[in-house]
Design a protein around this ligand. Structure first.
Ligand code: MLT
Length: 294
């Protein structure tokens, strides 16, 4: 079996070697698998769960920087990027658990028992859902630019307005509205290329995927109580120019999760991994080597 994949190739060779059994959820598209030499069943897997309204392409620099001995796996959540269309289709209440179950099915399929699970913002909400459903599968957590609380009334109202905007203006309108908030001032002023990349990634998603993601975020459970049950190694990542999830949210999680570590990325807004990829990679790599050796 081939074990080394180029970033952003769909991992067809890998998946073809073990086709999905009939009836197993197959909504996620594992667009990135980087690192190598670990084979199926390896313990050293990091799953990277993307933010809203992004897709797995946002993890390009992390997939490129996977340290030796680690396999980084970045799926497109259902309805995003190259995944299946979102089956929820607005007909049932879409839940964050859908994403969590899809990722668990992907891990099953790849015969990965336990993984370190990293999520940025909405990816963090999905990581909490996964931890709630299957804590034994989570070997560690990386909670980047995210929060444990559920949406406030005000946030739910803003989500409802975003659903209207999506219905009127499509994915491009949502992407354009969100873009200025997603990036920090340093990036907006100094790195126009990042802005354009983020816009392109966001616009590549389907309207159904965006709609159901908004509903999943609106309906998500509060995970504040869950934090004290997190006993696995945990890295919390914040950034100094993030106005969507201010660093206070990170400090609250740090205080509540026993033994958690904090890394603050300087000169980055909400999408810290894209805005300061070198520092983000370093924080990840230090955490993995300190907590898992190698
Ligand atoms: C994200 O970056 O995933 C979203 O901004 C999260 C949210 O809107 O709550």
């Amino acid at each position: 079996m081939a074990e080394q994949f180029r970033v952003h190739d769909r991992i067809v060779t890998y998946l073809d070697s073990a086709p999905w059994p009939p009836g197993v959820a197959q909504h996620v598209a594992p667009v990135g698998l980087a690192g190598g030499g670990q084979g199926a069943g390896s313990q050293n897997t990091l799953v990277l769960i993307h933010a809203f309204p992004m897709n797995a392409d946002m993890w390009e620099a992390q997939l490129d920087g996977a340290p030796a001995g680690w396999r980084y796996l970045a799926p497109d959540l259902r309805g995003f990027g190259r995944s299946d269309p979102d089956q929820a289709n607005g007909t049932v209440a879409p839940s964050m658990d859908d994403y969590a179950r899809d990722i668990l099915a992907l891990l099953d399929h790849l015969r990965i028992d336990r993984a370190v699970v990293a999520g940025l913002s909405m990816g963090g909400y999905a990581a909490f859902a996964l931890f709630r459903l299957a804590p034994m599968r989570v070997r560690g957590l990386v909670l980047a630019n995210t929060r444990a609380e559920a949406d406030s009334e005000e946030a739910r109202k803003a989500r409802a307005e975003m659903l209207d905007l999506l219905a009127r203006g499509g994915v491009a309108a949502v992407a354009d509205q969100m873009l200025p908030r997603l990036l920090g001032e340093t990036t907006r002023v100094q790195r126009a290329g990042v802005q354009e990349r983020v816009r392109a990634i966001a616009r590549a998603n389907s309207a159904g995927g965006i709609r159901d993601a908004i509903m999943r975020m609106m309906n998500r459970s509060d995970s504040s109580e869950l934090l004290r049950d997190v006993t696995c190694p945990t890295l919390v990542i914040a950034s100094d120019e993030d106005t969507v999830t201010p660093a206070d949210r990170a400090r609250e999680m740090l205080a509540a999760i026993p033994g958690a570590q904090l890394a603050t990325i300087v000169g980055a807004g909400h999408l810290s991994n894209l805005e300061q990829p070198g520092d983000f990679n370093l924080a990840l790599q230090r955490f993995l080597s300190q907590r898992y050796g190698g």
